[in-house]
Design a protein around this ligand. Structure first.
Ligand code: ADP
Ligand code: MG
Length: 413
């Protein structure tokens, strides 16, 4: 109704301070408000959180949000609390789970974040039987699928809980889902086909370039010298992050490094420094970036092959969230592929076909002489223009060696 619509807009304005819904947010929220099971597929930075937060505020009861990582939950809770949303998590890292359970039962929470492992326990579900639940949000829903890049078996076990509270609408959210993964997600979670809402994956302000790796240190210092603004360099090892950061700092540019081997205080400090800075280069392993809200990242460099097209899209997607021009530059070598293929030896047999397909798709992207954006978007099931005009291959079409000419010369010799 008109009243509901006005309510949703006023929550958007008063709670979040935004004037307009973006992209498909409103469509997703409308479906959830109507009580329909829904899967929102939107790129990183599109604003998926809002899609469950607004219904959570507009409907009575508490939204149960399933999330894969405690660090992600805590970031979300901090952001939600900052705008006056009553949010909490129940995890092994929280000391006051009993108090949170009390608050849940008393109807004092808008959002409760849990990991799937906890959601699937009988104890948690019996708590839910005494709770007014507004909706289930399954964040990072690609974890449901073995085809996704972050498969979590406990995500796959969520279905019995969802079915137990059948009248509660469920909303799956993900940024990374190719055709196979997305069909798997909706099937696993019991979402009808018409409940799948797909927002465009194109990030028109990002320029993509992929080149062969030579002297990594020199290529990267050359790049950062040409490109002002804050940027992220993804390195392939912890040692490499420290070494590259030192090389960049030698040019006079502010540089920091980040990897999972650092003490938490040091990680938090360098991350905070990066978020504040408009010129710093952060050299990091892929441990860096999830849940970081920095709109003005001007470039993302891969100093080696990413894990998959999905990972590449997600990592490069951290550039240019403010909509201003940004660069995504990858340096790769044949040796990266050799190593990746070696790692396939350790993969469980049932996962081997999907891992191989993932690596082949990545090879298709880096070796292609054609538009990078078109390859990325086709990978996500879109039908893009053949040429974007804003990637290395569109700007400088690679020389395709003319074999017929060579053959003619050989024959006439
Ligand atoms: P996702 O989960 O899709 O990666 P988030 O939910 O973390 O994205 O949101 C990314 C950023 O976009 C956040 O800073 C959020 O506040 C902002 N945002 C979300 N919706 C809107 C909107 N309608 N207008 C302006 N900014 C928005
Ligand atoms: Mg998110």
């Amino acid at each position: 109704t008109v009243d509901d619509r006005a309510d949703l807009h006023s929550i958007l304005r008063t709670t979040f301070g935004f004037t307009e819904f973006r992209g498909k947010q409103e469509e997703v929220i409308d479906r959830v408000m109507a009580g329909h099971n829904t899967c929102a597929l939107m790129p990183t930075g599109a604003g998926k959180s809002l899609c469950y937060q607004i219904p959570a505020l507009a409907r009575s009861g508490t939204a149960i949000v399933v999330s894969p990582l405690i660090a992600l939950m805590h970031d979300q809770i901090r952001a939600a609390n900052a705008v006056g949303i009553r949010a909490a998590s129940m995890t092994s890292a929280d000391s006051d789970n009993a108090a949170t359970a009390q608050a849940l039962l008393a109807g004092e929470l808008d959002l409760l974040y849990v990991a799937p492992e906890r959601a699937n326990t009988g104890g948690f579900q019996s708590l839910l039987t005494q709770t007014d639940i507004s909706l289930f949000a399954i964040d990072e829903a690609h974890c449901v699928s073995e085809w996704g890049h972050d498969f979590r078996p406990d995500y796959r076990q969520l279905r019995p809980m969802l079915d137990r509270f059948e009248h509660v609408p469920r909303l799956a959210l993900t940024a990374t889902a190719d055709e196979t993964t997305r069909r798997d997600i909706v099937r696993q979670l019991g979402i009808p086909d018409e409940g799948l809402i797909v927002a465009g994956f194109d990030r028109p302000n990002i320029r993509y370039a992929i080149s062969a790796r030579g002297n990594t240190g020199k290529q990267i210092t050359d790049f950062v010298t040409r490109n002002p603004g804050a940027g992220i360099v993804y390195a392939t090892s912890r040692a490499a992050t420290e070494k590259l950061a030192a090389t960049i700092a030698d040019t006079g540019r502010q540089a920091g490094f980040y990897h999972a081997g650092l003490p938490p205080e040091q990680r938090a400090a360098v991350q905070a420094e990066f978020v504040r800075s408009d010129d710093m280069v952060m050299v990091a392993t892929i441990a860096f970036g999830m849940g970081i809200d920095k709109p003005d990242v001007r470039f993302v460099i891969h100093a080696g092959l990413p894990k998959s097209i999905e990972a590449y899209y997600q990592e490069t997607g951290r550039a240019g969230r403010d909509g201003d021009p940004a660069e995504a530059q990858m340096f790769w070598s044949a040796n990266d592929f050799a190593k990746a293929r070696q790692r396939l030896d350790e993969v469980e047999p049932e996962r081997l076909p999907s891992e191989q397909a993932r690596l082949n798709a990545l090879a298709g992207l880096v070796e292609a002489p054609t538009c990078r954006r078109a390859i990325l978007l086709r990978h996500f099931g879109e039908q893009p223009d053949a040429a974007c005009g804003a990637c290395d291959n569109c700007e400088n079409p690679p020389q395709v060696i003319d074999v017929t000419e060579t053959a003619r010369k050989l024959l006439s010799a």
